[in-house]
Design a protein around this ligand. Structure first.
Ligand SMILES: [Zn+2]
Length: 134
């Protein structure tokens, strides 16, 4: 029997967020990282995936400032959403906090952080976000 891995799903990704772990899946055959997780490798079509913890550090590749927010984020507007390239080479979209939108720069170093699940909506997933690296 091989070691039992949690399923490579977005639900599992958010479960790890609840444990303050920023995780991706890695293809056991070719080593490609997938974030958000995918059950099938986009490079070699293997379905043998393993979860690996990321450093949570990265750089802003590009960002946009949201002025008209969806209902659940109205209180935060305006806020920035960035594509962050993590040190491991995968890119993910996330909110950037603890910085004014005008302070953000492409190439800025950021780290991931987490907040508890809260408020309306289902599922009440915990959220990750980025903030400037100190
Ligand atoms: Zn692969």
């Amino acid at each position: 029997m091989s070691e039992q891995q949690p399923p490579a799903t977005i639900e599992q990704f958010y479960k790890f967020c609840a444990e303050k772990k920023f995780m991706a899946v890695r293809c056991k055959r070719c080593g490609t990282l997938h974030l958000p997780p995918k059950p099938i490798c986009r490079e070699c079509y293997s379905n043998e995936m393993e979860w690996v913890e990321l450093s949570g550090r990265g750089k802003i590749v590009t960002y946009t400032v949201i002025h008209v927010a969806p209902t659940q984020f109205v209180d935060m507007a305006p806020y920035a959403v960035a594509i962050v390239e993590l040190d491991e080479g995968v890119k993910i979209t996330g909110q950037v906090r603890d910085a004014k939108p005008e302070e953000l720069k492409i190439g800025m170093e950021v780290v991931v952080d987490f907040e508890e699940a809260q408020g309306e909506g289902w599922p009440p997933w915990p959220r990750y976000f980025f903030k400037p690296a100190k």
